[in-house]
Design a protein around this ligand. Structure first.
Ligand SMILES: N#Cc1ccccc1Cn1ccc2ccc(-c3cc(N)[nH]n3)cc21
Length: 250
């Protein structure tokens, strides 16, 4: 998968050189190109923003640098097995980033990301891009960031980890939160008995039983309890009025 990121803060994307995503790049699973939007300005001050027409606070990102940057991305990646990328623009008013959306994006050969700043990008950039490639505005959640870079890091991690070969053991992707509508079960490791000062904290005994059926059943029940307690909205209504309703979930 090819990823192109356009930003006025290229250094913000340095974490894409680290950990599993960094290894995926070195393994050739991900081909990441970060572009500085200021490269596509045409004035001595490398101007990317201006005051909002119609008044209002803050600044708006000018359309011309974005049009040049996106044209450069399309030209640079033309050999990707897709004529154009799917352009992802993080924004507070976008569709929510969900595990389902991450799976959809993981099927694509080429994604491009436009990182806005200030009060956002001139609306005509979305229109201009939409005439050339698919464009999706994506929100991380109902809160406001200062720009798109943090969102891109999150989206790239959520999508990249789904690509074959990125996560060592693909099984670890199965019983995660949001993969099948339930939150993940609690995890433990050694020591089985942890002397935490004068408090002794033990691991649930079933995990030491060697009874894999009992362990699987306990873990599933834990997932149901956690989901009912923290995210009842994820449960089908029948589940909350049926067996789960009797659970003492705090
Ligand atoms: N746009 C906008 C905007 C609108 C009002 C106030 C502040 C901003 C700042 N901003 C500029 C770029 C940009 C990109 C993504 C987010 C973003 C995503 C999520 N989920 N929250 N915030 C915010 C962004």
């Amino acid at each position: 998968m090819r990823l192109d990121v356009v930003t006025i803060f290229p250094d913000y994307l340095a974490p894409l050189d680290l950990s599993l995503i960094g290894k995926a790049r070195r393994d050739g699973i991900l081909d990441v190109h970060v572009h500085d939007l200021r490269t596509f300005t045409d004035d001595r001050h490398r101007t990317v923003d201006d005051s909002p027409l119609g008044g209002g606070a803050g600044m708006v990102m000018k359309p011309e640098p974005w049009a040049r940057a996106l044209e450069h991305v399309v030209d640079a990646g033309a050999s990707q097995g897709a004529p154009v990328p799917h352009l992802i623009v993080p924004g507070p008013g976008g569709v929510p980033l969900t595990q389902a959306l991450a799976h959809e994006l993981a099927q694509e050969p080429w994604l491009a990301f436009a990182c806005g700043r200030y009060e956002g990008i001139d609306e005509r950039v979305y229109e201009h891009a939409g005439e050339r490639m698919p464009v999706t505005i994506v929100s991380l959640g109902d809160y406001v960031l200062n720009g798109g870079e943090v969102a891109v890091l999150a989206i790239v991690e959520a999508v990249g980890r789904l690509l074959p070969g990125v996560v060592g053991n693909a099984e670890s992707l199965v019983e995660e939160s949001h993969e099948d509508g339930l939150l993940e079960y609690p995890v433990y490791t050694r020591p089985a008995v942890w002397a935490d000062g004068d408090v002794v904290r033990e691991v649930p005994p079933v995990l030491l039983s060697g009874n894999h059926g009992a362990i699987a059943a306990w873990r599933h029940e834990q997932r149901l309890e956690r989901t009912a307690a923290r995210r009842p909205d994820l449960l089908p209504t029948s589940a909350t009025t049926g067996a789960l309703a009797d659970l003492d979930v705090r």
